[in-house]
Design a protein around this ligand. Sequence first.
Ligand SMILES: *[C@@H]1O[C@H](CO)[C@@H](O)[C@H](O)[C@H]1NC(C)=O
Ligand SMILES: *[C@@H]1O[C@H](CO)[C@@H](O)[C@H](O)[C@H]1NC(C)=O
Ligand SMILES: *[C@@H]1O[C@H](CO)[C@@H](O)[C@H](O)[C@H]1NC(C)=O
Length: 209
Amino acid sequence: MLNDRVICIYLFLCFALFYGVCDNSTSQHDDGQYLFDFTKDGDVDVWQEQSDTVRDVGMSKAIFVIHKNVGFRRAIFFALLNPQLNGAGFAGIRAIQTYNLTGYTKLQIKCRGQGQFNGFKVTLRHKGLNDEPNYSFEQYFQAPKDDFAIRNLKFSEFKAYYRGKRVTNNELLDLSQVSSIGIQMYGGVYQPVKQKGPATLEIDWIRAV
Ligand SMILES: *[C@@H]1O[C@H](CO)[C@@H](O)[C@H](O)[C@H]1NC(C)=O
Ligand SMILES: *[C@@H]1O[C@H](CO)[C@@H](O)[C@H](O)[C@H]1NC(C)=O
Ligand SMILES: *[C@@H]1O[C@H](CO)[C@@H](O)[C@H](O)[C@H]1NC(C)=O
């Protein structure tokens, strides 16, 4: 009787230890690769503004800053979008950084959007082709409005664009040589919904899983 109990407790401890070890290794694996973790030491200095003012008619503005108190730390993307009458315009930022994201299937961004409009897009470029006339690989998303939530952007859904217009070619994003990442609030000249005005996107982190 006593022996049975001892064996039971022993087995229970073995299982607890086994699953404990498994849990830790999976959670490390599931965490993926952080491109930026603003809750820790992620920096905004490597991000530069890239808004429509790079063109003659552009009138939009974006800035990216760290926001923190003793209890939290994150980054805020502030955008003011003043589009042309046809909806053309963008307010954005980008970081020229190289990543090998081979083996990951999606980009995750933990964020919250506030403002009249909350449509944003992530732009990725590869192989050091960080400027026009090369294409960018883009994906649109709606930011969660009330609570922070994770938005999942599958790498397979990043499509080639040139100046906001979809390019129908077969070029795929080379995940092994990602060379820049950008975030934009878009006017939506080729989109069903046109956006304008001020918006914020608060970001905890961006990672690949
Ligand atoms: C698993 O994580 C817990 C806390 O999260 C830690 O106390 C424990 O030492 C870890 N175990 C291993 C095997 O890393
Ligand atoms: C990217 O990582 C994969 C797997 O980790 C590796 O096989 C490949 O050689 C790497 N590519 C580059 C360009 O570093
Ligand atoms: C990228 O742009 C350069 C000019 O800056 C051009 O020579 C090259 O062909 C472009 N590559 C692609 C893949 O579009």
